[in-house]
Design a protein. Sequence first.
Length: 103
Amino acid sequence: MVAFLKYSLIRLALFVPLFIVFALLQVGLLPAAIFAGLMAFAISYLFFQKQRDEATAAMRERFSGRAKPIRTAGEVEDAEAEDSLVEKNPDIAVNNDKRPGAA
């Protein structure tokens, strides 16, 4: 995910100065945004292939279904509390795989 953030920041760092230049040339805000976006895309496509490939690989891994879930601190604490309760009470079965309303 760091690679995706890094590549996005590179694209943003290209877009902002180009947008400012086009805005100062008084081409209008919408055309300035379009021109800056196209130029930032072209520059990043031509010169930042390694970063783009790393970002693509990171996103592919994240959405592949094999990636570990991202958990908040609260979710981790809840899971640990549930695990400790299950370990202390082995006679109680926990079935959290059921969907609501399913028999």
